[in-house]
Ligand binder design. Structure first.
Ligand code: GLN
Length: 379
């Protein structure tokens, strides 16, 4: 066929996952927990199935789940989304991102995003016949250069994609960033698409600066989040979008033909489980301990660790001891040392290689220690 994405290969997460399995490596690559979720959540979902919640949910999602989410967001961030028209349950956050872009971006539009970036943004923009405009986050702190954003905005700019906490850099936006974003998009028809799937994973006392915390930005934002990251169930594929009704209407037009409604028993289970906030409120502490455990275990390794402020990722640099490309380094680590990571170049459309690898610490402690041990032996 005449490919619509001729230069796009298989996503790095599958490629490395396979290579890692082939070599039986300790897998610190994909951001997916290798430990179980709360058995109470499994019980809620199983019970939902047994009790016969096995047919289509309503199109926007189970009303009870939309209501509990609207309450949660109001309590945490102060924005009152209408559960009837401004909350949408999706089949994964990835799908929510896709539907928001497909519903709101026209052919010929430009979409600004920041690299390194999650690998779906640019291809999905291109599938709409639109142009992704990649701006590079500044090293070493991966901050957004707002002057560059101002210069990149044109009359064709339709969307800016934000991600905080950020995958893969593990940095987070501040209130000052939100103020800049608000000023740049004021009196424009630019939509902010905000990927906030790590919203509950911030460290060292930081507070999540999502779009729902900013009254003005919330008016022009689609926020995408996920249950998988928050409840250790990345395989369940349930996420959600929040947006003012006028924006949501366009996202829903895509959603109704893409999947119509998300998985019913999962939604029943989450609606019940979300009544108890204890899990997400302690998630930052939970992962901060893992971050520190991994960092400490890597103390004797030749890698230099970059600070991680949120998400369950950490970057490590090696340019001071090796000239290998990051892909070569990652391959060697898997094949010779039995530990899998992700090369940062996979998050750049132009393949920029800063001699950095991404480690995921969404792993049980034993795996983190074994992974660190293997990384210590790289020299
Ligand atoms: N978000 C996860 C990561 O960055 C993986 C998502 C995926 O595999 N599609 O590791």
């Amino acid at each position: 066929p005449r490919s619509k994405l001729p230069d796009v290969g298989t996503t790095i997460f599958s490629v490395i996952g396979q290579l890692s399995a082939q070599h039986n490596a300790i897998n610190l690559s994909q951001g997916a927990p290798n430990f179980p979720c709360d058995p109470l959540l499994v019980e809620s979902v199983s019970r939902a199935m047994r009790e016969g919640h096995n047919q289509y949910a309503s199109m926007l999602g189970l009303p009870a789940l939309r209501e509990v989410l609207a309450e949660k967001v109001l309590g945490l961030y102060g924005r009152d989304y209408d559960a009837g028209s401004e909350v949408l349950i999706t089949g994964s956050a990835s799908q929510g991102l896709y539907m928001a872009i497909a519903g709101l971006v026209h052919a010929g539009d430009e979409v600004i995003f920041f690299e390194p970036a999650f690998d779906s943004y640019a291809p999905v923009v291109r599938l709409q016949g639109a142009t992704p405009i990649a701006l590079k986050l500044q090293q070493p702190d991966f901050a957004i250069n707002w002057d560059e954003v101002r210069a990149a905005i044109t009359p064709r700019t339709r969307m800016i994609i934000i991600n905080t906490p950020h995958n893969p850099s593990a940095q987070v936006l501040s209130d000052a960033d939100l103020a800049q974003l608000a000023a740049l998009t004021r009196h424009t028809d630019i939509v902010v698409l905000s990927d906030e799937v790590y919203e509950h994973i911030l460290f060292d006392g930081r507070r999540h600066c999502g779009m729902a915390t900013h009254a003005e930005l919330a008016e022009r934002s689609v926020v995408v989040s996920s249950f998988g990251k928050t409840f250790h169930v990345t395989g369940w594929r349930v996420g959600y979008c929040l947006a003012p009704a006028a924006l949501m209407e366009e996202v829903v037009k895509v959603h109704q033909f893409m999947m119509f409604s998300a998985d019913t028993p999962m939604q029943v289970g989450f609606a019940e489980y979300l009544r108890n906030p204890h899990t997400w409120l302690s998630l930052g502490e939970f992962y901060q301990r893992k971050r520190d455990l991994l960092a400490q275990a890597l103390g004797d390794s030749p890698f230099r660790l970059l600070p991680s402020a949120g998400s369950f990722f950490m970057l490590a640099s090696y340019g001071h001891f090796s000239d290998e490309s990051d892909s070569e380094m990652v391959k060697r680590l898997i094949v010779d040392h039995g530990v899998a990571t992700i090369p940062l170049s996979a998050f750049y459309t132009d393949g920029t290689d800063n001699r950095l690898i991404r480690l995921s610490f969404a792993k049980d402690d034993a795996t983190l220690l074994l992974g660190a041990q293997a990384l210590c032996q790289v020299l």
